[in-house]
Design a binder for this molecule. Structure first.
Ligand SMILES: [Zn+2]
Length: 111
C-alpha cells in the first residue's frame, strides 16, 4: 500500500513512530521500576534458597534474584509499552510526515 500525502499527493511520506518511542521508553522504565520492587522479593527468595549452601550462596542467590527481577520487569514493560505506542501511533497521533510539504497526518484522515 502506497501512502500519499493528502495535502500535496507526494509519496515521500515517513512514519514518525513518536508514540512507539515514548511509550516504549516509559514502559521499559516502569517495567524496570516494578521489576526492581519485585526484585526485592526475588532477592529474598534467592537468599533463602542460597542460604542452604552457606553465606556465599545466600549472597549470590540474592544478587541473581534481584538481577532477574529487574531484567524480566524491564523487558516485559518495554514490550507492553512498545505495543501500546504502536496502537497510539496507528489510532491517535498524526504519525505520518510528508517530506515534500511537511504536512502531518494519520492514515485514517486520508480521503
Ligand atoms: Zn505533502
Amino acid at each position: 500500500m502506497i501512502i500519499k500525502c493528502p495535502s500535496c499527493d507526494s509519496i515521500k511520506v515517513q512514519a514518525t513512530h513518536h508514540g512507539r518511542q515514548v511509550f516504549g521508553t516509559v514502559g521499559t522504565v516502569a517495567g524496570v521500576a516494578s521489576g526492581v520492587s519485585a526484585a526485592t522479593s526475588g532477592a529474598r527468595v534467592g537468599a533463602t534458597i542460597g542460604a542452604i549452601t552457606g553465606p556465599t550462596g545466600s549472597m549470590l542467590g540474592g544478587v541473581a534474584g534481584a538481577l532477574l527481577g529487574g531484567l524480566v520487569g524491564g523487558v516485559a514493560g518495554g514490550t507492553v509499552g512498545t505495543t501500546l505506542g504502536d496502537l497510539v501511533d496507528e489510532t491517535i497521533l498524526d504519525n505520518l510526515h510528508c517530506l515534500n510539504c511537511g504536512h502531518r497526518f494519520s492514515v485514517d484522515t486520508e480521503d
